[in-house]
Design a protein around this ligand. Structure first.
Ligand code: PRP
Ligand code: MG
Length: 212
């Protein structure tokens, strides 16, 4: 029998809530975490635990059929991947921030400045659309430390509670986009896959209604 392959974040902020929503859909998955792949006991589904940033490519290549992923990651590197459900968790913003000591007045203040980020395409598009030129430094994590160590003048990263910005003496000055976890679909999904997807979507919709 055909199984649908779903990518879920291996570890990190989306992992727990992603597995929770599948569980609430009545899909039981054996263990997880230590294994990179798991099979559902009572539903035609295989779970692949992957790194967030790798998921858009797996979807594009059709290595997985669907994924639970942050919309921000798809915006950064997942063009041509469609979103079928917004999941109402892992809400965050992708924002620009600068040291609290800087008197910030507008995006023009970033002209010629160095911005550290894990979201280069998102920042680049935003700056270009607003006619501002800046120098981007790509870092994969702990971006907020960059201004404090003299690596950058500002940063662009995910803001959720705001506590990481606060702890690093940064102020959020521009919100580039708002994001939440979504159910995304590979352009290469098979017809049988689409049928199973419909069943999952139906269950997810009931779970989300029940949560309101
Ligand atoms: C994420 C993100 C921000 C922070 C935002 O980092 O990169 O730094 O969370 O959350 P907050 O507004 O609630 O503080 P994470 O802790 O996942 O680590 P990483 O940057 O090293 O990947
Ligand atoms: Mg971080």
């Amino acid at each position: 029998m055909t199984k649908i392959r779903i990518a879920v974040q291996k570890s990190g902020r989306l992992n727990e809530d992603s597995l929770k929503i599948l569980k609430d859909c009545g899909i039981s998955i054996d263990n997880g975490k230590d294994q990179l792949k798991a099979t559902a006991r009572n539903f035609p589904l295989e779970v692949f635990y992957l790194r967030n940033g790798d998921i858009p490519q797996y979807l594009k290549d059709g290595v997985v059929d669907i994924a639970i992923i942050g919309e921000n990651v798809l915006i950064e590197k997942g063009h041509q991947i469609s979103i079928v459900e917004k999941l109402n968790f892992s809400k965050c913003r992708v924002s620009l921030a600068v040291p609290k000591t800087m008197a910030y007045s507008s995006l023009k203040d970033f002209e010629g400045k160095r911005i550290a980020t894990s979201y280069p395409n998102t920042v680049k598009n935003y700056l270009e659309a607003n006619g501002v030129k800046a120098e981007l430094h790509i870092i994969n994590g702990s971006v907020e430390i960059a201004p404090n160590i003299g690596l950058a003048d500002g940063i662009c990263d995910i803001v959720s509670s705001g506590s990481t910005l606060f702890k690093n003496n940064l102020q959020e000055v521009e919100v580039i986009l708002k994001s939440e976890a979504v159910l995304a679909v590979s352009p290469k999904i098979s017809e049988e896959g689409k049928e199973i997807l419909k069943r999952i979507q139906f269950r997810i919709q009931s779970v989300l209604e029940g949560r309101q």
